[in-house]
Write a protein that binds this ligand. Structure first.
Ligand SMILES: Nc1ncnc2c1ncn2[C@@H]1O[C@H](COP(=O)(O)OP(=O)(O)OP(=O)(O)O)[C@@H](O)[C@H]1O
Ligand SMILES: [Mg+2]
Length: 357
């Protein structure tokens, strides 16, 4: 075995430490594509434990093998995308390049560096879906507005009856677009503030009373009486008045919209001693309605932007599918918690937990 000078051995150990400290996986393959070295991240990710085996055994992905072969064959460095599914699905960008030969004319080795891009890929997809959804949501009312304008300019011009009818629909569509834009602005405002906890303190009882008063008239039109039941003494909560108003307004709006006619909707505020996930004291506010309810498979997705159980029905009622996404972000900003339970055919309860001041 070749003897190394202490200085050289120290330098190699330092290099190994540096490589092991990297979060990216680093793999070194020789001219025969055999794995001759790797850092800790690569060892854990690919369960590497023996050197000298073909790279294809550890990373059996056509694109990776081609990239390694190409750079070993003298082609320029390149980056390929690799998806691994075990233990959980993750996406990596693998950059393959060659290390210069130690001695001129000798075979070169390839260096493969794998960088985890799962988060940025997911964010990219969410952003792309979001833009596609907004475009779609704006396109439907715009298409119908354009259609009615055409009609009013043509055959409908002289017919007063249909003119009024068309104008009524156009007004509803324009209001729908305004609501969508308002909700989007509200969502982006809340998202931008999410990391900053509000610093005001407020009494939830007064706020709930105000919201219930505001929505009561709408409830009555459907025969839904909104009942408010607050525990005698509730601790004050840390909160932004306008935002919490929006939370309970959205939840009650849903309770009335999706509640069964001539059944009551109920708001119950209580002291909560075991704050979910965090412990500590808080206030829980449950908004409950009788109705068709929500099947369990939809529940985890309800707070996604634009997610609606029945798209047609929600749209008919003027919904944009952003209400619960706004609720979730506001509750997160308050370091609170939102719980959703529903018994299909019976009732639905949305409970907001807010930590006390
Ligand atoms: N109380 C409820 N009972 C039954 N389904 C509900 C209830 N609340 C919400 N949902 C379902 O969750 C979906 C998402 O609700 P969300 O409030 O985000 O959107 P929306 O009410 O359709 O529109 P928006 O609130 O933006 O006007 C609704 O479309 C509906 O399918
Ligand atoms: Mg809603």
């Amino acid at each position: 075995m070749k003897k190394r000078s202490p200085r050289k051995a120290g330098k190699l150990a330092l290099q190994a430490h540096i490589l092991d400290g990297l979060r990216d996986s680093v793999i070194l393959v020789n001219e025969k594509r055999e794995v001759v070295g790797y850092n800790r991240a690569a060892r854990e990710l690919l369960h590497l434990n023996i050197k000298g085996l073909d790279l294809a055994l550890s990373l059996p992905h056509q694109r990776v093998i081609e990239a390694a072969d190409d750079v070993l064959g003298g082609k320029p460095p390149r980056t390929v995308e690799v998806s691994l599914s075990n233990p959980i699905a993750r996406t990596f960008e693998l950059h393959a390049s060659v290390l210069p030969a130690k001695v001129p004319g000798k075979a070169v080795w390839a260096l493969l560096v794998m960088h985890d891009v799962t988060e940025s890929k997911t964010a990219e997809k969410i952003r792309a879906d979001f833009v596609a959804n907004i475009s779609h949501e704006l396109r439907s009312p715009l298409t119908s507005l354009c259609g009615f304008i055409e009609t009013l300019k043509g055959v409908g011009r002289d017919d007063a009856g249909s003119r009024d009818w068309f104008l009524g629909i156009m007004e509803a569509e324009a209001k729908r677009m305004t609501r969508l834009v308002d909700d989007l602005l509200s969502l982006s405002r809340v998202e931008a503030m999410e990391h900053i906890r509000p610093d005001d303190t407020l009494a939830i009882k007064h706020l709930l009373r105000e919201v219930v008063e505001t929505v009561s008239a709408r409830g009555r039109r459907k025969g839904i009486e909104v009942e408010l039941d607050c525990a005698g003494s509730l601790p004050a909560v840390v909160g932004d008045r306008d935002e919490l108003n929006e939370v309970f307004h959205n939840l009650l709006d849903n309770a009335i919209k999706y509640g069964r006619e001539k059944t009551p909707a109920r708001v119950t505020a209580r002291v909560s001693e075991d704050f979910p996930g965090l412990g500590g004291e808080g206030v829980s506010v449950a908004v409950e309605n009788t109705g068709d309810g929500i099947e369990p498979k939809h529940i985890p997705r309800l707070t996604e932007r634009f997610y609606r159980v029945d798209k047609g029905r929600s749209r008919e009622m003027g919904g944009t599918g952003l209400g619960l996404a706004i609720v979730k972000h506001i509750v997160n900003r308050h370091r609170g918690h939102l719980a959703i339970t529903s018994t299909p055919g019976e009732k639905t309860v949305f409970t907001v937990f807010l930590p006390s001041a």
